[in-house]
Each structure stands twice: as structure tokens, then as C-alpha cells.
Design a protein around this ligand. Structure first.
Ligand code: SF4
Length: 197
């Protein structure tokens, strides 16, 4: 995989981010306020991939500032990970109305942006958050997608070496809003993640 200099990274991201902001490849462009670009440290060793912006993120054009973001910040803090040192992005760049599931077409329309972000940022570890991001990333790196589809729990918190990439699937922070009992275990996994920094 090509490694970009800092200047090349910034220039490539600027071009990509413009393409994301004006994208109308799928019908989510009609209902969004903003198509969210990735955010964070472009030299990050850890790249988090969430599903899509929430309502607050869509309205304010920022990553992880709504209820899920509060959980995300709490997990980072508990593990001693500085949010300024990671890169965060979404699988689907536009908000999903009423928090519905993404369609296969929407993921296929949008995920080429994620591919380019991974190429540019070139993180040490890719951290897909939740089922859809994990399924897409495992499929991209030629794992058995059926296994992920059938059981996210089998890959949750496991460091996978696939096609030269390190992938560490974790639950989406939104899952902890509904299941706070997952929190202690998830904090331990974030502490493992910190060792890659
Ligand atoms: S979800 Fe992705 S593909 Fe669809 S309009 Fe937004 S940026 Fe474009």
C-alpha cells in the first residue's frame, strides 16, 4: 500500500472531502444536511469506522457529538486514549432517516469513500464499530463475510490480520446506550486498543 507524506495526505483528503460534501450518488443526499467527512489526526495509528452520522452530527457537521459520541468519549477517556490522536469516519457519510438500517445499495454507493480514506490515512489498526462497518471491512479484506454476518460476537474484540491489515472490530458506542452492561468489557477492549498507539 502506498504511503503518503503529510502534505500528500492533507491534499488528498481535501480533494476527497470535497467529493464527499457534494456527493449525490444515493438518495440519502436528499434528506441530509451535511455529508460528513472523516475527522481527526491524519497521522493516526487508529482509525475508527462508525456506521453513519446521527441527527446531531448531521446538523452540526461534526463526528461523534451526539449521544453515541458521549459514550465514545467516555470509552476513550476510560482507556486513556486521546481523541485528538485518532481518526474517525463513517461507513455511510449521510444520516440515515429515523436511524434506520442502511441498504446494500447505500453501502455500495458510499463505501468507496471509506476505501480512499483508509488508503490515505494508512492506519496501523482499523476499528470497525458494530455490525455493518465490520461486515463491510471484513468483506473488503477477504475474510469470510458470512461468518461476520452470522455472528458479530465471534469477531468482536478480536485482532484480525487480513490481507496485510490489522482489524479490531468493536461494538458501536450506540449499542452501549441500550446495553450499559457491555461497558466494562468494552473499556477493557479499548485499553487493548491503546497498546497500538
Ligand atoms: S450516503 Fe454516501 S453515496 Fe450517498 S449521497 Fe451521501 S456521500 Fe453520497
Amino acid at each position: 500500500m502506498k504511503q503518503f507524506s503529510l502534505l500528500e495526505k492533507q491534499e488528498s483528503l481535501d480533494v476527497l472531502n470535497y467529493q464527499i460534501r457534494v456527493c449525490e450518488r444515493c438518495s440519502l443526499s436528499v434528506t441530509r444536511k451535511h455529508a460528513l467527512t472523516g475527522e481527526g489526526n491524519i497521522e493516526a495509528r487508529i482509525m475508527f469506522v462508525a456506521l453513519s452520522p446521527g441527527v446531531k452530527e448531521d446538523s452540526q457537521n461534526r463526528m461523534f457529538i451526539g449521544p453515541s459520541g458521549q459514550v465514545f468519549d467516555k470509552l476513550l477517556y476510560a482507556a486513556g486514549i486521546d481523541r485528538e490522536l485518532v481518526f474517525m469516519t463513517n461507513l455511510v457519510k449521510c444520516v440515515l432517516p429515523k436511524n434506520r438500517k442502511p441498504s446494500v445499495d447505500e453501502i455500495e454507493s458510499c463505501s468507496h469513500f471509506l476505501d480512499k480514506e483508509i488508503l490515505i490515512i494508512h492506519p496501523e489498526v482499523i476499528v470497525p464499530l458494530g455490525y455493518y462497518a465490520t461486515l463491510t471491512i471484513l468483506t473488503k479484506y477477504h475474510a469470510d463475510p458470512l461468518a461476520a454476518e452470522m455472528n458479530f460476537a465471534k469477531v468482536n474484540g478480536k485482532l484480525l490480520f487480513l490481507n496485510g491489515e490489522k482489524i479490531f472490530p468493536l461494538p458501536h458506542p450506540a449499542a452501549l446506550l441500550y446495553n450499559p452492561s457491555f461497558e466494562p468489557d468494552t473499556i477493557e477492549k479499548y485499553k487493548e486498543l491503546k497498546t497500538f498507539m
